[in-house]
Design a protein around this ligand. Structure first.
Ligand SMILES: [Fe+2]
Length: 213
């Protein structure tokens, strides 16, 4: 095949745009046991159903932390929380959902104390100031909105597939389910999609004391 130079679009990329910059995905110096994470997830879903975040399709959340003694603090839209999105052609930003006082979500829910997630929570909460800690489900062939969140997020992938990518700004990355821990810059516009045919499940925690440059 010969290339027809007339058909080559000159994207006129600036030098710095030709090199992908993954600095909004920061792998942490921490590792957990992926088999134990998957076992803990199997244990939890035997008794607990995912919250749909107030009617969001292809999304599910199980909160592992709550406001002390307050089971209502993890239900409905509180399992999702405030974000900003640009829903239409105007490109105008709007806010969605309810504001959450993340720092109040300090109690690990007693029902899950016998699972490996308690051990994981003890470690990560000793290293970072955390808000809500949730198990998030992204169903097959689905996407989130294009949005930004109030704070960075810590991710521990539990179940994933090669078609699961997170996109921050213009950079996409797959985070493997191997026990690794990532902090992602969710204060920039981002998305996560699952282009596979199996569920994608991550432990996701709001991080209140992590600064990206
Ligand atoms: Fe987000």
């Amino acid at each position: 095949m010969t290339l027809d130079s007339k058909n080559i679009v000159n994207l006129d990329l600036k030098k710095e745009e030709k090199i992908l910059n993954f600095s909004d995905f920061q792998k942490q110096n921490l590792k957990f046991d992926i088999v134990k994470l998957q076992e803990a997830y199997s244990q939890i879903i035997q008794t607990k159903k995912f919250e749909d975040g107030g009617g969001i399709s292809h999304f599910g959340a199980i909160c592992l932390t709550r406001k002390p003694g307050d089971p209502e603090s993890v239900k409905g839209s509180k399992a999702r929380g405030l974000y900003w999105t640009k829903p239409d052609k105007s490109g105008k930003e709007v806010s969605r959902d309810v504001n959450i006082d993340e720092a109040e979500y300090s109690e690990f829910i007693p029902d899950y104390e016998s699972t490996y997630f308690k051990e994981v929570f003890d470690v990560i909460s000793s290293k970072y100031k955390l808000g809500r800690v949730r198990i998030l489900l992204k169903e097959p062939r689905s996407t989130l909105s294009w949005h930004r969140d109030p704070e960075p997020r810590l991710h521990i992938p539990i179940i994933t597939n090669p078609g699961c990518l997170m996109v921050i700004d213009n950079v996409a990355k797959h985070m493997p389910a191997d026990g690794s821990v990532w902090i992602t810059n969710n204060t920039k516009y981002h998305n996560a999609f699952n282009g596979g045919e199996e569920n994608r499940v991550h432990l996701v925690a709001c991080v209140l004391d992590y600064k990206f440059n």
